[in-house]
Design a binder for this molecule. Structure first.
Ligand code: PRP
Length: 184
């Protein structure tokens, strides 16, 4: 089956986490992050595109003073379900993060190569601190050691879509997290 043959959307998918599961995890993460950053006016740095849904729910759950930045990197080319291992900066930081407390917001850590790259990129800009918040983590797939300071869910090694995550730019709008079934 080629990627364009996958029907939209639900019959070929299994639910991993419902929208309710995800919102509960975000409430827990927000509580942890609020305790650590309440008086720090942190910079939440989203790694586009996948983070956009998580970021918007997380900042509203945090409900505290913070700033938002985005950068855009890409490692999965069109139609790929695996990281190419080569990261491109599509859009770097616009503002300075020097002496700021930065929290990287990622939808998913898979091989860890993206977060590792982003952490190196940020540390060269001399922030006061950098930590990582990821909603999903596929620990079995890590190819580099990455610290995840705030984690929503550990997930199995399945290709997942929804809640901002795509397959060839599709399915980002789905409100839960779904596995794509491999064969029918
Ligand atoms: C996805 C995801 C992470 C990265 C994780 O981004 O949003 O940034 O892959 O994979 P890794 O741990 O193996 O590096 P992707 O490159 O697919 O771009 P997108 O966010 O625009 O979908």
């Amino acid at each position: 089956m080629t990627r364009k043959d996958i029907p939209l959307p639900q019959p070929q998918m299994e639910v991993l986490f419902t929208p309710g599961d995800i919102q509960s995890a975000i409430a827990r993460l927000a509580q942890e992050i609020r305790q650590d950053y309440r008086d720090k006016n942190p910079v939440l740095l989203g790694v586009l595109k996948g983070c956009f849904v998580f970021m918007s729910d997380l900042v509203r759950a945090l409900d505290m003073p913070l700033e938002i930045e985005f950068m855009s990197v890409s490692s999965y080319g069109p139609g790929r379900t695996e990281s190419s291992g080569e990261i491109r900066v599509v859009q770097g930081l616009r503002g300075t993060i020097r002496d700021r407390h930065v929290l990287v917001v990622e939808d998913i850590v898979d091989t860890g190569i993206t977060v590792d790259f982003v952490l190196r990129y940020l540390r060269r800009r001399r922030p006061a601190s950098v930590r990582v918040c990821a909603l999903f983590d596929k620990a079995a797939r890590h190819r580099v050691d990455v610290p995840i300071d705030y984690l929503g869910f550990s997930i199995p090694d399945r290709f997942v879509v929804g809640y901002g995550l795509d397959f060839d730019e599709r399915f980002r709008y789905l409100p839960g997290l779904y596995c794509l079934k491999e064969d029918d």
